[in-house]
Design a protein around this ligand. Structure first.
Ligand code: S3P
Length: 440
C-alpha cells in the first residue's frame, strides 16, 4: 500500500502523451480474439485492467503476444469457438472486463467463473445478469448479484430487444457481444447515448450492425452469428487519463502543457466542454482521425476557473471524469453544482461519497447530494491540504489521481493512502507528472 504525498507543484510545462484509451484497448483484444486470423494492435494501454482482459482471452483460446516494439499481435479463435476456461477468470479491478466478457461468453455453451478484487466484488452485476438470462444464460452469483459468480452460457441463445434501464456502455456492450453468437438480430435501445466504441469497432471488424433512432432513442441492432475479420487497430490516447492533466495545468499557476494524441469521440469528450464552460484555456491542435476516432493535441494553460451548474445531460460523456472535475471546482470561483450522478455510486468506489470525504479532508467545502455534489471553490487560493492524515482511495485509481491533482495546488500537500491502483488505468501517471513539473 504505497502512500504518497502530492505537494505544491512547479508549473506543468512541455509536452506529454497519455497512454491508450482503456475502453478501446479492452475491446481491441476481445474483438481481435474473436476474429479468425491475425490482428495487430498499436497504442494498447498496458494497464492492469487491460492485462486482465488479455489474460482472460488467452484462457478462452486466443493467442496474444506483445512484440518488442510494443505492438500486440492477436490470433483469434472465431465467434462461437471460445474454449471453456479451466480456471476462474480473474478480472482484478476491472468492471469493463467482467461485464463485456460475461456478454461474450453468455452465448457460448460453456461454464465460467468470474472473480475479482474487493472493489470489483462489491459492484452490481445484475444489470448484465438480467438481459443475459433473458437470452438463455444462467448464473449463480454471490449475495446481491456480485462476484464471485458462475455462469452457464447457452447456445443457441435467444435474440432479444433490450431497453437499457441505466445509461451504461458496459451493459449495452454485454448484450451486443452476446448477440454476436446468437442466431437472428439482437437489439439494444439506449434512451441516453453512451460511449459508442463497441459499435464503431465491431463494424470495423466486419460485424453487421445497424444504428438507428426510434422515438428519440438510439437503437442498435447486431446480426448473429457474425464472422469477424482481423484488422489493425490504432488505439488513441485516453481522454479520461488526459483529464487529470487538463485539470492539473488549469489549477497550477504558470502551467502551459500540450497533451498529445487525445481521443475526442463526442461520447467521451464532455470534460473538455465543461472545463471550457468554467473558463479553462484549452486549445485543440492538429485535429485528425486515428483508428476511426477523432483525435487532437490539447494545449492547456493555467486559467482562473468559475463555478457552474453542470448540465446533467452531459454526464454520460464524462462519467469517469467527475472526480477530477470536483477538484477543478474546488479551486474555482463560486459554486459548482453537479447532479444526475447516481451511477458514480457504483463505480470502482462510491465516487460521490469518497470524493466528498477526500475533498473535505483536504479543506474543500462540499455538500453531498443523493445524486451529486455541490462544491464551493476557493477562487484559486490553495486548498489547505491534508497535513497529518491521508485520504482514503478505496482501491479506486481515479480517486487516487484526482486527489493527487488536488495536492498540486494545495498549501500542505495531499497524502493519498494508496497509489498502487493507479496502475489499473494509467501506469505512467507519476512519471509524466514528475516530468511535466520538472521541465525548465
Ligand atoms: C466503460 C463504460 C463506463 C465507464 C468505464 C468504461 C466501457 O461504465 O465508467 O470506465 O468501456 O464501456 P458504465 O457502462 O458502467 O457506465
Amino acid at each position: 500500500m504505497p502512500a504518497h504525498t502530492f505537494t505544491s507543484s512547479a508549473p506543468l510545462i512541455g509536452r506529454l502523451r497519455v497512454p491508450g484509451d482503456k475502453s478501446i484497448s479492452h475491446r481491441s483484444l476481445m474483438f481481435a480474439g474473436l476474429a479468425v486470423g491475425r490482428s495487430r494492435i498499436t497504442g494498447l494501454l498496458e494497464g492492469e485492467d487491460v492485462l486482465a482482459t488479455a489474460a482472460a482471452m488467452r484462457q478462452l483460446g486466443a493467442h496474444i503476444e506483445r512484440e518488442g516494439d510494443g505492438t500486440w499481435v492477436v490470433h483469434g479463435v472465431g465467434v462461437g469457438s471460445l474454449l471453456e476456461p479451466r480456471q476462474a477468470l480473474d478480472m482484478g479491478n476491472s468492471g469493463t472486463s467482467t461485464r463485456l466478457m460475461m456478454g461474450l461468453l453468455a452465448s457460448h455453451r460453456l461454464k465460467a467463473t468470474f472473480v475479482g478484487d474487493a472493489s470489483l466484488s462489491g459492484r452490481p452485476m445484475n444489470r448484465v445478469i438480467t438481459p443475459l438470462s433473458e437470452m438463455g444464460a444462467s448464473f449463480e452469483a454471490s449475495a446481491g448479484g456480485t462476484l464471485p459468480l458462475m455462469m452457464h452460457g447457452a447456445f443457441p441463445a435467444v435474440p432479444i430487444t433490450y431497453r437499457l434501464p441505466v445509461a451504461s456502455a458496459q451493459v449495452k456492450s454485454a448484450v451486443l457481444l452476446a448477440g454476436l453468437n446468437t442466431p437472428g438480430i439482437t437489439r439494444v435501445i439506449e434512451p441516453v447515448a453512451t460511449r459508442d466504441h463497441t459499435e464503431r469497432m465491431l463494424t470495423g471488424f466486419g460485424a453487421k450492425l445497424e444504428v438507428g433512432e426510434e422515438n428519440g432513442e438510439r437503437v442498435i441492432a447486431i446480426h448473429g452469428e457474425a464472422d469477424l475479420k482481423p484488422m489493425d487497430v490504432v488505439v488513441p490516447g485516453d481522454p479520461s487519463s488526459a483529464a487529470f492533466f487538463l485539470v492539473a495545468a488549469s489549477i497550477v499557476p504558470g502551467s502551459d502543457l500540450v497533451i498529445e494524441n487525445v481521443g475526442l469521440n463526442p461520447t467521451r469528450a464532455g470534460i473538455v466542454t465543461v472545463l471550457k464552460q468554467m473558463g479553462a484555456d484549452i486549445e485543440e491542435l492538429d485535429s485528425r482521425e486515428v483508428g476511426g476516432e477523432p483525435v487532437a493535441d490539447l494545449r492547456v494553460r493555467h486559467a482562473p476557473l468559475t463555478g457552474i451548474d453542470v448540465d446533467p445531460d452531459i454526464v454520460p460523456s464524462m462519467v469517469d471524469e467527475f472526480p477530477v472535475l470536483f477538484v477543478a471546482a474546488s479551486y474555482a470561483q463560486g459554486t459548482t453544482r453537479c447532479t444526475g450522478l447516481e451511477e458514480l455510486r457504483v463505480k470502482e468506489s462510491d465516487r460521490i461519497a469518497v470524493m466528498a470525504a477526500a475533498l473535505t479532508a483536504a479543506g474543500a467545502q462540499v455538500e453531498e447530494l443523493e445524486d451529486g455534489l455541490i462544491i464551493e471553490g476557493t477562487g484559486g487560493e490553495p486548498l489547505r491540504g491534508t497535513s497529518n492524515a491521508s485520504v482514503k482511495t478505496h482501491l479506486d485509481h481515479r480517486i487516487a489521481m484526482s486527489m493527487a491533482v488536488a495536492g498540486l495546488a494545495s498549501k500542505d500537500g495531499v497524502e493519498v493512502d494508496d497509489t498502487a491502483p493507479i496502475a489499473t488505468s494509467f501506469p505512467t501517471f507519476m512519471e509524466l507528472l514528475e516530468g511535466a513539473a520538472n521541465t525548465p
